[in-house]
Design a protein around this ligand. Sequence first.
Ligand code: BYC
Length: 471
Amino acid sequence: MTTPDYAEKIPNNVDLRDDRRLQRALESWQPNFLSWWESMGPTLPTRDVYLRTAVNVGREGWAHFGHVPMRDYRWGIFLAERDPGRRVGFGDHKGEPPWQQVPGEYRSELRRLIVIQGDTEPASVEQQRNLGATAPSLYDLRNLFQVNVEEGRHLWAMVYLLHAHFGREGREEAEELLRRNSGSEDAPRILGAFNEETPDWLSFFMFTYFTDRDGKYQLGTLKESAFDPLSRTCEFMLKEEAHHMFVGTTGVDRVVERTAQLMVEHDSDEVAARGAIPLAVIQKYLNFHYSVSLDLFGGETSTNVANYYTAGLKGRWLEDRRRDDHKLTSESIMVDALQDGEIGQTEVAALVGLNTDLRREYIADCQSGVKRWNRILSGAGLEPRLKLPHVAFNRKVGAFAGIEATPDGELLTAGEWERRKGEWLPTDVDKTHVRSLMQPVHERGKIAAWIAPPRNGINGKPFDYDYVHLA
Ligand code: BYC
């Protein structure tokens, strides 16, 4: 294992200095990245932020905490340690040593997977760029910026693979990753959820809970890849990803907690006038972010995913814990489907159903968040509960893209949907109200009225620590 080199322009543990061409190519992409960060990254001017920087990949002490001006953040290239005994765990190449180079026959599929993954990272920074101006506390502001810089580092992770392994095409794709922008008419981001706005902090917490969690599951499948550099990159990214989901989970916790407090105090669910977010509105935001995140898993059946698996490019979630032959050539799976216009299930070959397999793992995980938020409600002695909507609700990709359904899974005509969707998805009135609550609290130790303070600060620091110095 090489020790990370911080004297270099680009901190890395991949011996960049031994490959002058690659180093030069990445060093010439670096200013483009920085100018993208300046023009599309966080808009709130800051002097410095208490940030975690990845400095190593070992079990102990992989991160360093300290106040840094954001533009001086050391975005580096870090791959998890190489396991010399590793073998491919699934597909046609099961049992073979993993590949250190890209096999010619899988070049375009691998490039596509890496580009799709890479495209989401800067997209989320773009979506969140204006949130600093309305942060509920310095603690939250610091967490937003932490998520942002790490998404920037995840872009670096994918760009490294493109530059190191895909020649001129890879370098062109790396440029394109900075050219496409979230929500752009001419050059939008590739996946749907990454062109939606993140205009307020409730959206941010829902996004980091539901959409970052798709990231966790997709990275988990790419970590299984036979292409070892991709596997090792994703393994390390997952480490950083955990904090992003913590921000989402505890963010929603704190919103629910504050709403519950006011509901109990005033014996009413009309908390809007008291400066908090009604439970019904929280449920609508949850419905929206969950359903657009379900779309990120692709169709219920997909020959793309079958080919990825067979070729060894993308495995299953926790592949080595599955008790089957890891080739799946003779297995089947039930997937959601429309049958004679009704919501039902159909049996398909397990290989083409792998997007469904992953989506189910994801759904079970999402369920745990809802349980946790409901514990806050029951702990406060309240009756109402949050819930995940039906898989057919508000879908734009897959079997249910062409129909409309209620959160309980009842089919609706297009007309009924148009008339009633405001019962289940945030309306303009809801959004305007949520946005009206988003008054910045940039004073040390203070917090906005619509959210409860966190139980703990970051890295052992108290809540009232000076996490961010504004410019
Ligand atoms: N929007 O065969 P199908 C993260 C396209 S998040 C638009 O079912 P496949 C993060 C699809 O490309 C994780 N188009 O799809 C989170 C295909 O197009 P073609 C990101 C879509 O290939 C927060 C066609 O529809 N990583 O890291 O089986 C903050 C047929 O689809 C969408 C990855 O996604 C969509 N939602 O699976 C920061 C991992 N879905 O071929 C970061 C890499 C599908 O007909 N990507 N299409 O032109 C993949 O594994 C797969 O490409 C997908 C789709 C799971 C996305």
